[in-house]
Design a protein around this ligand. Structure first.
Ligand SMILES: [Zn+2]
Length: 317
């Protein structure tokens, strides 16, 4: 997920959001105060909600490491919130993917000495200029201190604080660089943005995402989970296997509904007009990603179109 979804906010709201970003950049600990909500999950793990993707913090006998670090302008506040959980230095950051609401703290925390770990494609995207049709914007390469130092192509395991964390790449889901992080001892899974709990997911076609990969990623999470597993979504409240199963069923049924219309020869516009996600729109379609955008992700994905194509391009202006 990215902040400032241009298609779904009015020009006024967009201006307010930009103003807030400016204020928070100029006085990160001042007016733009973020409320951080920690939830203790096990002896070592805490989930932290703030501004951006959900964070997991491991704190214990060996020190501290974190999964994702939210948006850049409020990193100083984030560090204060983490220090309330443990005053040990942050040794590692694992990025679940490259979006700026998950890697925004990398620069400051990397400069502070933490080793940033992520999939190879996270490094590739952060280290080069990116253009994205969904946001209709170009993002420059990130500064060197923001970049992962250790990258992997399949999976990597951390042995720290008396337990293991298995960082498992799931190809072509939300992006092409997603990882799930599984803690067997604490019985916790961080799903990254393969799981949006309570809202329609963003499938970043321009960054190699696909509906099929998203479903496969969720199935991997379900295979790892037991009935008591605590599941951290990329966005939304703490979850469990029952809720992730419902989300999986929604993804599969939405895909099948769109595929049926494709099989009937419908265009993207006709498919959107047929409202193949109507049964979920009221519950999941109001927070960020709209039904039209979700259907476009799925339709293009199933047609092998590797970018977002707005039905109404002027909406981006
Ligand atoms: Zn994301």
């Amino acid at each position: 997920m990215r902040l400032l979804p241009i298609r779904s906010v009015s020009p006024l709201l967009f201006a307010v959001a930009i103003a807030a970003l400016f204020v928070s950049t100029s006085s990160p600990a001042g007016d733009d105060k973020v409320e951080y909500i920690p939830t203790r999950l096990s002896d070592t793990l805490t989930m932290l909600k703030g501004r951006g993707g959900n964070i997991a913090i491991s704190a214990g006998e060996d020190g501290v490491y974190i999964i994702d670090d939210q948006v850049k302008p409020v990193t100083d506040q984030l560090l204060v919130a983490i220090a309330r959980i443990s005053d040990q230095p942050i040794r590692f950051v694992i990025n679940t993917h490259y979006h700026p609401d998950h890697v925004g703290g990398n620069e400051v925390i990397g400069k502070g000495g933490a080793v940033i770990i992520a999939h190879d494609n996270v490094y590739k995207r952060l280290s080069t200029e990116q253009f994205n049709h969904f946001f209709n914007e170009t993002t420059p390469a990130w500064p060197k201190d923001s970049l992962p130092v250790v990258t992997f192509n399949d999976q990597v395991t951390l042995h720290f604080n008396g337990e293991t964390a298995q960082v498992i790449h799931e190809p072509h889901g939300h992006t092409d660089g997603d990882s799930i992080v599984y803690f067997p001892d604490s019985d916790v899974i961080h799903m990254g943005d393969l799981y949006f709990n309570g809202l329609y997911p963003f499938i970043d076609l321009d960054a190699g995402g696909s509906i099929q990969g998203m479903i496969s990623g969720v199935e991997r999470g379900l295979a790892l989970a037991g009935k008591d597993t605590q599941i951290i979504p990329g966005h939304g409240p703490l979850s469990d296997k029952a809720s992730l199963t419902e989300y999986h069923d929604f993804l599969v049924n939405a895909r099948d509904n769109v595929q049926k219309l494709i099989d009937e020869g419908k265009s993207l516009g006709e498919t959107v007009a047929a409202k193949p996600t109507a049964q979920w729109d009221a519950i999941l379609g109001g927070a960020w990603i709209t039904p039209e955008q979700l259907v476009t992700f799925i339709y293009n994905s199933l047609q092998g179109i590797t970018q977002f194509t707005p039905l109404h391009p002027d909406d981006h202006s």
